[in-house]
Design a protein around this ligand. Sequence first.
Ligand SMILES: O=C(O)c1cc(=O)[nH]c(=O)n1[C@@H]1O[C@H](COP(=O)(O)O)[C@@H](O)[C@H]1O
Length: 246
Amino acid sequence: MTQLQQTNQQVTPDLIRPNSPIVVAIDKASLNEALQLADQLDPSLCRVKVGKELFTRCGPQIINELHSRGFEVFLDLKFHDIPNTTAQAVLAAADMGVWMVNVHASAGLVAMQESKKRLVDAGHDTLLIAVTVLTSMTEEGLKGIGVDVAVTEQVERLALLTKEAGLDGVVCSAQEASRLKQLCGQQFQLITPGIRMAEDSADDQKRICTPSEAMQNGSDYLVIGRSITQAADPIHKMTQILDSLK
Ligand SMILES: O=C(O)c1cc(=O)[nH]c(=O)n1[C@@H]1O[C@H](COP(=O)(O)O)[C@@H](O)[C@H]1O
């Protein structure tokens, strides 16, 4: 580990490791709104995800604030760049002490391998996962970007590439989870957004599942945003979701 990396690393306070598959996507537009929501959530019942909007507005301060409240944080910045840039960005994320970080599998094998190597070399145990095909995409959407195969085929191809690179798992739709567990093994972690209760609006998500379907299919973690964050009572909604998993 270099001196620079050492000095960049945050000392993370003691975090609570919840026995829960739920990761709440805190897709809010300001530090205040994000913390207002976080203060209603319980770090023993869920983890939280910080994505592009919130991180671009608040920077590392939001990570520190969530850590100080005991939350394990998934920093979802979906890095997609040349290998050196991707790997250095992953290292910078891990230096903040986050629980999980992601890249796009379509950045390629070398970018993923290099990212994993820099985490290992720096002694980080941050989980590193790769996005396969966004849950907002359909076969038609893939065709539009020149990928002329079925969504499931592309998801499987990118999951196998991610496994080959030595990453911990992938982001996929829960609709693909049982097939990916067969293909990549039980240890390969499946993080699944696009989770909706039957009564919820799908919004811009295309490949969706209910929480219980997702768990039955083999998801390890359920990323849930608007169903919880835009509910009149987010805690009540989360309790309903947890009950639906019993
Ligand atoms: O990497 C992600 O978290 C992600 C990948 C993906 O394929 N689809 C997807 O929706 N996400 C994220 O998961 C969250 C889903 O939010 P809701 O649709 O509001 O539940 C958002 O923060 C997305 O950025």
